[in-house]
Ligand binder design. Structure first.
Ligand code: SF4
Length: 444
């Protein structure tokens, strides 16, 4: 019998830095490379080429990206750089002349072509088929679904529009097809991401496309309603509080959408928000939070805040603390303002000294931790739906998340006895205890 020797598939190592949006880019690139016959390498040594997907949002993220490129050069030597920092190709080439290619964010064809040049694919009819829903870097049971790229706003501290351009929404039917495939492949939770989810479809003038014998508009409410019919949890991230956000709250009451909103408020003081040039900067947010909670009492609201923005006075900061006390948000992330090269705020007068930023940061975090602890304590004794993320066979326990917890950024639910549960299972959990961030319980 004649045996066939398969050509060895070239192997690509991947270092993926940055936010969930960058992770989605990495998934797209790796899916294409797998379909071109590449294998992934879990380490530097086994890789024919290493792809570094960088983040350039803050100067600290740039430093981390440069460090990762340096490490990949030292460990492997054959490195292709992509992602947000790709916009600074000159800087990268100056620091690391040995880098093989530098491509920018969303330049999928260019980065794939650069990998082809660095490690040509072997022409084999036997190469692995790519799984139906593409290659995922997140666990199989949850998936990030990117609905648009770029942003039409020009917040004074942000360089995203400069890096990624104006809003470009994907067609709703294409998003829904991708979501359907993900659910068919085992996804139990769809995490909708973009730079500005509420603005989805504006650039498409909210036109309609055919979908399942009817039509679906390129609009957040219509898209979410259709996503909600697929049978997975649907969680919305990066939602700005435009008036039409009120329309997705009833979808939560109907069970089509998780009772969860991630709204990056960034500040509460109208003066600071104006200086930041934030979109949907309007005073009635507290009133609207109250109304949302009347319709969906268990809605969880997560947000992030910047302290020490140029010109932020003690009064502005006190305003923020009082607002936070009233708003009673479930999850809060805080950041000290960091000047970013190219952002308008970097050159603004009245920069806040580092020690003042630090003190304000600590006060926001302490208050938020107290609010979070009180809110979690109120869940003790309740029964919650929990999606299992990981099981520890050694101690017999498991960790999962309730509807109020997004992966990686929010808290977890710890189970001391996993029984026969597996990652991706949905189970009812009786909550027995809580701390500042997490819940503890037993499956029923
Ligand atoms: S809304 Fe503002 S912070 Fe968010 S991506 Fe757009 S410009 Fe940046």
């Amino acid at each position: 019998m004649k045996t066939v020797t398969l050509p060895k598939a070239p192997r690509v190592g991947l270092v993926s830095l940055g936010c969930p949006k960058a992770l989605v880019d990495s998934e797209r690139i790796m899916t294409k490379l797998r379909s071109d016959g590449y294998d992934m390498s879990p380490d530097y040594a086994g890789a024919d080429v290493v792809l570094v997907n960088t983040c350039g949002f803050l100067d600290s993220a740039k430093a981390e990206s440069l460090e990762a490129i340096g490490e990949a050069i030292a460990e492997n030597g054959r490195v292709v750089v992509t992602g947000c920092m790709g916009k600074e190709a000159d800087l990268i080439r100056e620091r690391f002349p040995a880098v093989l290619a530098v491509t920018g964010p969303q330049q999928y064809e260019e980065v794939v072509a650069a990998v082809h040049d660095a490690a040509p694919p072997s022409a084999s009819p036997f190469t692995d088929l790519v799984p139906e829903a593409g290659l995922k870097l997140t666990p199989r049971h949850y998936s990030y679904l990117k609905i648009s790229e770029g942003c039409n706003h020009r917040c004074a501290f942000c360089i995203i529009p400069h890096l990624r351009g104006d809003l470009q929404s994907r067609r709703p039917d294409a998003i829904l097809r991708e979501a359907e495939k993900l659910v068919a492949a085992g996804t139990k939770e769809l995490l909708v991401i973009s730079q500005d989810t509420s603005a989805y479809g504006l650039d498409l003038k909210h036109a309609s496309w055919s979908w399942k014998g009817g039509e679906v508009r390129a609009h957040m409410t219509d898209l979410v309603r259709e996503l909600g019919k697929l049978g997975a949890w649907v969680r919305l991230h990066y939602v700005y509080p435009y008036p039409h956000v009120d329309k997705v709250i009833p979808l939560m009451a109907e069970g089509l959408l998780l009772p969860y909103l991630d709204i990056p408020f960034q500040h509460a003081s109208p003066k600071v928000l104006k200086a930041m040039k934030r979109p949907a900067n309007e005073a009635k947010v507290l009133q609207r939070l109250r109304e949302w909670r009347e319709i969906v009492p268990d809605i969880a609201v997560r947000s992030s805040f910047v302290v020490g923005f140029p010109g932020e006075t003690d009064e502005d900061f006190d305003y923020l603390l009082k607002w936070l006390e009233e708003a009673q948000l479930d999850r809060v992330g805080a950041f000290k303002f960091e000047p970013v090269e190219g952002a308008e705020a970097t050159a603004m007068p009245d920069q806040v000294p580092g020690e003042v930023k630090q003190e304000r940061y600590e006060r926001v975090m302490a208050l938020s931790a107290q609010i979070s602890a009180d809110k979690l304590a109120a869940k003790v004794g309740k029964t919650l739906d929990v999606l299992i993320d990981a099981v520890d066979p050694e101690i017999g326990g498991a960790t999962g998340r309730s509807k109020a917890d997004a992966p990686e950024i929010d808290g977890e639910v710890h189970l001391r006895d996993a029984g026969s549960l597996r990652p991706g299972d949905l189970t009812s959990v009786k909550i027995e205890d809580s701390d500042e961030h997490d819940l503890f319980g037993v499956p029923l």
